[in-house]
Design a protein around this ligand. Structure first.
Ligand SMILES: [Zn+2]
Length: 256
């Protein structure tokens, strides 16, 4: 096994995860992601770079602010580790090929969108818009570098194949589906389509399956009423990531 690319991917993933924390906190609150520097919400002290290293600073400071000892949420290092794990897994899945940048961008975006959807029940256009443009450009680059232009066509077909049915569901059941879910579907379909249209189907089906199971479990556990909104984005994201990794065996399994 090639451990060196995985190690590099791990540290890149940690840094991107650290940036993802900033985006997840600030974008839904309408704050700028570039200024000001991060500060402790307890005492307002600016956080020095050595106290702001992903995961390591959290462990070193034992999850507390250096100045006022206010607790730092475990969600910060958790999100960094999840992002790093996704980067390593995608690097192992795709190797150092032209398509890897598009898929690590996808994985990082899905971490950000899922965290925001869980907390705020929405998928901001401010993230979906740039993510879609970056995704298109990186897939265009991958097609150019590999000469696999047919995949780019399948990508566009995939965006339509995942997004359009959601749009039609939203028309038929006005309160069932958010506009963000439709756009997320198109964004996921764009990337799954690159791998093949069967991957789009697997990703979409798994997304709905995971969402339905989680919804039923939450209602059964008495944590949600039948009419409470359940964020759907994270389940669509997980379904698509599973399809990225296990799409081929799943297609073979389903088709017999
Ligand atoms: Zn503090």
């Amino acid at each position: 096994m090639q451990w060196y690319p995985s190690l590099v991917a791990f540290f890149f993933g940690l840094s991107v995860g650290s940036f993802a924390n900033v985006v997840v906190y600030r974008v839904p609150r309408g704050l700028s992601i570039v200024k000001p520097r991060s500060a402790c919400p307890g005492c307002g002290t600016e956080i020095a770079w050595y106290d702001n290293l992903p995961v390591f600073s959290y462990l070193w400071l034992r999850g507390r602010c250096r100045t006022c000892a206010a607790r730092i949420s475990w969600r910060y290092p958790a999100l960094e580790l999840v992002t790093a794990g996704i980067w390593v897994a995608l690097t192992l899945r795709f190797d150092l090929t032209a398509q890897l940048p598009a898929f690590v961008a996808l994985g990082s975006t899905l971490v950000i969108l899922s965290a925001i959807d869980f907390e705020h029940r929405r998928l901001p256009n401010k993230i979906l818009g740039p993510a879609a443009i970056i995704g298109l450009l990186l897939l265009l680059l991958a097609a150019g570098l590999s000469g696999e232009w047919g995949r780019l066509l399948r990508s566009l077909a995939g965006a339509l194949a995942y997004g359009l049915p959601l749009f039609l569901i939203a028309l038929a059941v006005p309160k069932g589906m958010g506009g963000g879910d439709i756009k997320l579907g198109a964004y996921l379909g764009l990337h799954l389509g690159w791998l093949g249209l069967a991957h789009v189907a697997v990703g979409a089906i798994l997304g709905f399956l995971f969402g339905a199971v989680a919804g039923i479990a939450l209602i059964a556990a008495g944590k949600k009423g039948r009419k409470d909104p359940i964020p759907f984005g994270p389940f669509m994201a997980i379904g698509s990531l599973v399809a990225v990794f296990f799409g081929e065996p799943l297609v073979r399994f389903w088709l017999g």
